[in-house]
Ligand binder design. Structure first.
Ligand SMILES: NC(=O)c1ccc[n+]([C@@H]2O[C@H](COP(=O)([O-])OP(=O)(O)OC[C@H]3O[C@@H](n4cnc5c(N)ncnc54)[C@H](O)[C@@H]3O)[C@@H](O)[C@H]2O)c1
Length: 282
C-alpha cells in the first residue's frame, strides 16, 4: 500500500495546541536576491519551505508534478514536471536560471513513502520509489552543481528521513532509499566542499502532511515520540532555511535530525517507577 495518497494538495493539518499557535515571522531580507528551487513544493514540507524562503526574500521555482493550491506569483514560479523522468531535473535547473538568472539554493524534497511486507515488494514498486526518492535527488544535484561551482557559492539541502538512519517495520524500500540520500549527500558534500557549495541533509520524524495523513492510530505514534506530538511542516521548513543560510556557513555533510526525540532513544521501555509522563499534547 502506498503511503502517498491521492489527496488534494489543499490538505490542512489538524489544529495545534494554542500554546504553540505562534505565527512565524520571516527574517525579512536574509535571502534577498537569492534564487531557490524547491522540489515537491506543492504540498506538505515543500510548500512550507517555499513560503519560508519567500518570507526571507528569496525567489523560488516550485517544481512538482502537481500544481500548488496557491502561490504568490511575484515570489515564485511553478515548473510542473514529473521528476522521475530522466531529463526533468536538468530542465528544472535550466528553467530557474532562465527565469531568475542564477541559482543559489536547491531543496530536493519531493518523495514518496510505501508500506509493504518485504516478501511482497515488486520490482515495479521498488524502482518507482527509488526513482523519486534518490535518482531524482542525484539528478537535481548533478544539474545544479555546475551553476553553483561557476558562481563559487550555493547550498543544497536533501530531505531524507529518520527512516534513512534505521529500520521501520514494512518500510524496507523507503528505509533503503532514504539511507541512500544520507550517504550520497555526504559524498557530494566533500566532493564540492572547496567550491563554495555546501550540501546538508534534514531527517524529519513524523510531520503532519498529506503523506502521513492516512497513517492509522495517530495517538500510538505520538506516544512513541518523546515530545508527544508530530510536527507541522513549517517546523521542518525552518530547519531547511537554517541549513541554507549563512548561519550554517561551516556546516556541510551534516545530517540534521528534527524528530521530537525519536532517534535519541534506544527503544527500551520506560520504567513504571518514574514520574507519570505529562499527557500527549495532541
Ligand atoms: N511527512 C513526514 O512525516 C516525513 C517524514 C520524513 C521525511 N519526509 C520526506 O519529506 C519529503 C516531503 O514529504 P511530505 O510529507 O511533505 O509529502 P507530501 O506528499 O505532502 O509532498 C510531496 C510532494 O512531492 C511531490 N512529488 C512526489 N513525486 C513526485 C514526482 N515524481 N515528481 C514531482 N513531484 C513529485 C508531490 O506531488 C507532493 O507535492 C519527502 O521526501 C518525504 O519522504 C516526510
Amino acid at each position: 500500500m502506498a503511503l502517498t495518497p491521492d489527496v488534494p494538495t489543499t490538505f490542512r493539518p489538524s489544529q495545534e495546541p494554542s500554546a504553540r499557535k505562534q505565527e512565524y515571522r520571516g527574517m525579512t531580507g536574509r535571502f534577498e536576491g537569492r534564487v531557490a528551487i524547491v522540489t515537491g513544493g506543492a504540498s506538505g514540507i515543500g510548500a512550507a519551505t517555499v513560503n519560508r524562503l519567500k518570507e526571507d526574500g528569496a525567489r523560488v521555482l516550485i517544481v512538482d508534478r502537481n500544481a500548488p493550491a496557491s502561490w504568490d506569483e511575484e515570489g515564485a514560479c511553478l515548473f510542473q514536471a514529473d521528476l522521475t523522468l530522466p531529463r526533468a531535473a536538468a530542465e528544472m535547473v535550466a528553467q530557474a536560471v532562465e527565469r531568475f538568472g542564477r541559482l543559489d539554493f536547491l531543496v530536493n524534497n519531493a518523495g514518496m513513502g510505501a508500506l509493504n511486507d518485504p516478501s511482497d515488494e515488486t520490482d515495479e514498486q521498488w524502482f518507482r520509489l527509488f526513482a523519486i526518492n534518490i535518482d531524482a535527488v542525484m539528478r537535481g544535484c548533478r544539474a545544479a552543481l555546475p551553476h553553483m561551482r561557476a558562481q563559487g557559492s550555493g547550498a543544497i539541502v536533501n530531505v531524507a528521513s529518520i527512516s534513512g538512519l534505521g529500520g521501520d517495520y514494512g518500510m524496507a524500500a523507503y528505509n533503503a532509499s532514504k539511507a541512500a540520500v544520507v550517504n550520497y549527500s555526504r559524498s557530494l558534500a566533500i566532493d564540492c566542499a572547496r567550491d563554495g557549495v555546501r550540501v546538508n541533509v534534514v531527517c524529519p520524524g513524523l510531520i503532519d502532511t498529506p503523506m502521513t495523513a492516512p497513517i492509522p492510530g495517530r495517538e500510538r505514534w505520538h506516544a512513541a515520540i518523546p515530545m508527544g506530538r508530530s510536527a507541522q511542516p513549517r517546523e521542518i521548513a525552518s530547519t531547511i532555511a537554517f541549513l541554507l543560510s549563512e548561519d550554517a556557513s561551516f556546516m556541510t555533510g551534516s545530517v540534521l535530525v528534527a524528530d521530537g526525540g525519536v532517534t535519541a532513544t534506544t527503544g527500551q521501555p520506560r520504567s513504571p517507577n518514574l514520574r507519570p509522563l505529562p499527557p500527549l499534547t495532541r
